[in-house]
Design a protein around this ligand. Sequence first.
Ligand SMILES: [Zn+2]
Length: 123
Amino acid sequence: MQYLSWAAVALLSTSYWFQIWKIHVHKEVRDLSMTYHVMLALGFGILTYTAYAEGSIIFIVKQVATTVPVIVIIGQILYHKDDHWHADEDPICSSCSNELEPWWKNCAYCGSETGSVADLKKP
Ligand SMILES: [Zn+2]
């Protein structure tokens, strides 16, 4: 039973790091709620304290392991709030270095022709 609880703690904590990795790769935070994450961090933070007061090791570890990644996500929301969606396979404008969608014939930022990507079809 103890092992099951530790496995659940590991799963919960790891799940947040997958979210953090997604944000790191796509630099996209428009759809993430700052209020949600701040309330989550506050709730987890308070429970970390009560877990400490009650002396429950597994509860403390669980709270720290979930509070830390939520705080990281809040940091990412602040850091990336002005960034745009990013996909590795998308071409980059040779004039202004902004990211282009593959089917664009002209850059949406500076208007210059995108050249070789013009005959690609929209997915
Ligand atoms: Zn451009």
